[in-house]
Design a binder for this molecule. Structure first.
Ligand SMILES: Nc1ncnc2c1ncn2[C@@H]1O[C@H](COP(=O)(O)OP(=O)(O)OP(=O)(O)O)[C@@H](O)[C@H]1O
Length: 298
């Protein structure tokens, strides 16, 4: 499989006047071409920072971040403009940034095509049909519902035929039915045009609908969830998650171990065992067991 995204030791530091925030602390992530995957994590864990870095909106501070043939650490400003225009499509929860209220849905989709000098009306119409808005394409944006506007935003993000679609909380402000519809669109696009889709979300139901989920904790990838049987739900109904839900019901969880052998132990586990800065680690031939340090005094 060819890698679409390859991050290794990715670091992003935000500097403000008197403060440095290390939002990504040496993150590793590989995404294959044609994957449909999700990234989850608590607020402040670095999800948006990662997505913005992949989308070329934020510059990485150090480490490696490659998307297709592009090396985003070394890319020039000029190349970055081209990269953003041709390689990635971006969808935000709040799509106001993308849309022009007094233009029709169709005109909105054609706008980015116009900016890059390649208007393809037939493709614009095709995109609106894909997102289920064939009948509404001549409506002005402000005449459409929030969910419909979000679908226009998806069509816009695809207008320049990107190879990678990045979606930051794409279903954050829509109801469950629209959320299912949007997820269905992603899956269909992924299957039909082979576009790689990376979704950032804290919605576990949404995450449960993709084959692979990577969890980020404190700016590092910590756990990976891989679907036990990807064929269980080829057409993606809602029936896939049992009511009691959670990712673990359909996915197998793996702790991420980096090249240097480092892994993250959840803070809850450490505090439950009163482990602060040191622990004892034993290998019994089959398992690695981490316990609180044995008292030196006896
Ligand atoms: N422009 C910025 N300047 C300074 N600090 C920032 C900036 N953007 C993000 N941060 C900090 O970086 C860390 C990671 O933020 P990020 O937005 O990536 O998290 P997130 O996982 O997307 O959170 P949320 O789910 O709340 O959006 C946080 O501590 C945040 O305060």
């Amino acid at each position: 499989m060819t890698a679409m995204i390859d991050c290794e030791g990715l670091v992003k530091i935000y500097k403000t006047d008197d403060l440095e925030v290390v939002a990504l602390q040496g993150l590793n992530l590989k995404v294959d071409e044609g994957e449909l995957m999700a990234i989850i994590g608590n607020s402040g864990s670095g999800k948006s920072t990662l997505l913005n870095t992949l989308g070329g909106l934020d510059r990485p501070s150090a480490g490696q971040v490659k998307v297709g043939p592009w090396d985003l650490l070394k890319i020039t400003e000029e190349e970055l403009v081209k990269y953003k225009r041709e390689t990635v499509g971006f969808i935000w929860q709040n799509n106001a940034r993308n849309l022009l209220p007094y233009l029709s849905a169709l005109e909105n989709v054609e706008m980015p095509m116009m900016l890059s000098g390649k208007v393809d009306r037939a493709y614009a119409k095709q995109l609106l049909e894909w997102v289920g808005l064939k009948e509404r394409m001549h409506n002005k944006l402000h005449q459409l519902s929030g969910g419909e506007q979000q679908r226009v935003a998806i069509a816009i993000s695809l207008s320049n035929r990107p190879k990678l679609l990045l979606a930051d909380e794409p279903t954050g402000s829509v109801d469950t039915a629209t959320s299912d519809l949007i997820m269905g669109i992603f899956r269909q696009l992924n299957r039909e045009i082979g576009i790689t889709v990376v979704i950032v979300t804290h919605d576990l139901t949404l995450a449960g609908k993709v084959d692979r989920v990577v969890a980020i904790r404190d700016g590092l990838t910590s756990t990976e969830f891989i679907k036990r049987n990807p064929n269980i739900n080829p057409d993606g109904g809602e029936a896939e998650l049992p009511a009691a839900g959670g990712l673990q019901s359909v996915h197998e969880a793996y702790v991420v171990v980096d090249r240097a052998g480092r892994l993250q132990v959840p803070k809850e586990n450490l505090s439950a065992l009163n482990i602060n800065d040191k622990a004892t680690m034993e290998f019994d031939g089959k398992r690695i067991i981490i316990t609180p340090p044995k008292s030196l005094g006896g």
